[in-house]
Design a protein around this ligand. Structure first.
Ligand SMILES: [Cu+2]
Length: 173
C-alpha cells in the first residue's frame, strides 16, 4: 500500500469509528427534550451506577428535575458534586435540578448525575436501562440509559453542549 492509499484507508477507518455509535433517541416531554441518556457497564458485584443525560428546556418557564426512579435500582437520586476541603464529594440534590428556559443542562461524569443504588443486577454494555425521571412541570418521563463500556466518558456523536463545570474537571465517580 502506498502512502496515499494508507491515508485514504485511515480516513475511511476514522469515519466509520466516528459514525458507528448510535445517537440515543430524543425523548420529548412538554417543553423538555431529553437526549444522550447513558450509563456505564458495572463491574461484578457493583451496587451503584451513575446515569448521565442532557436536558434541554425549549419553553419559556423553568422546570425542575425533582426525582428519579428505576426498576433495577432499590434507590435512585439526583446527585451533585461539591468540593469539601479540596475533596470532591457527591450528595443528593435535595431541592432538585432546575432547567432554566432556553438552557441545556448536561448530567455528565464529574458533575451532576443520576445515582442508581442497591442495584438488583449488573449493567451490561449494549443494554438499555429504563429509568423514570420526574419533573415538576413535565411530570414523569420514561427514558432509557444506553449502557456504554466500563471506562466510557461520554457518548459519541454529541458533546457540543458541554456545560462548563470548573470545579468538576478531572473528577471520576
Ligand atoms: Cu452520586
Amino acid at each position: 500500500m502506498n502512502k496515499l492509499s494508507t491515508l485514504f484507508a485511515l480516513a475511511a477507518f476514522s469515519a466509520v469509528v466516528l459514525a458507528a455509535p448510535v445517537r440515543a433517541d430524543e425523548v420529548k416531554a412538554g417543553d423538555l427534550v431529553i437526549s444522550q441518556a447513558w450509563s456505564r457497564a458495572t463491574p461484578a458485584g457493583a451496587k451503584v451506577a451513575g446515569g448521565f443525560l442532557t436536558i434541554e428546556n425549549k419553553g419559556t418557564a423553568p422546570d425542575k428535575l425533582v426525582a428519579v426512579s428505576a426498576e433495577i435500582a432499590g434507590k435512585a437520586e439526583v446527585h451533585e458534586m461539591t468540593m469539601d476541603n479540596g475533596v470532591m464529594k457527591m450528595r443528593p440534590l435535595d431541592k432538585g435540578l432546575v432547567i432554566d428556559p432556553g438552557k441545556t443542562v448536561k448530567l455528565a461524569p464529574g458533575g451532576n448525575h443520576l445515582m442508581l443504588q442497591d442495584l438488583k443486577g449488573p449493567f451490561k454494555e449494549g443494554e438499555k436501562v429504563p429509568v423514570t425521571l420526574e419533573f415538576e412541570k413535565a411530570g414523569k418521563v420514561a427514558v432509557s440509559l444506553d449502557v456504554k463500556g466500563v471506562g466510557a466518558q461520554a457518548p459519541s456523536g454529541g458533546g457540543t453542549m458541554m456545560k462548563k463545570m470548573p470545579d468538576h474537571s478531572g473528577m471520576k465517580m
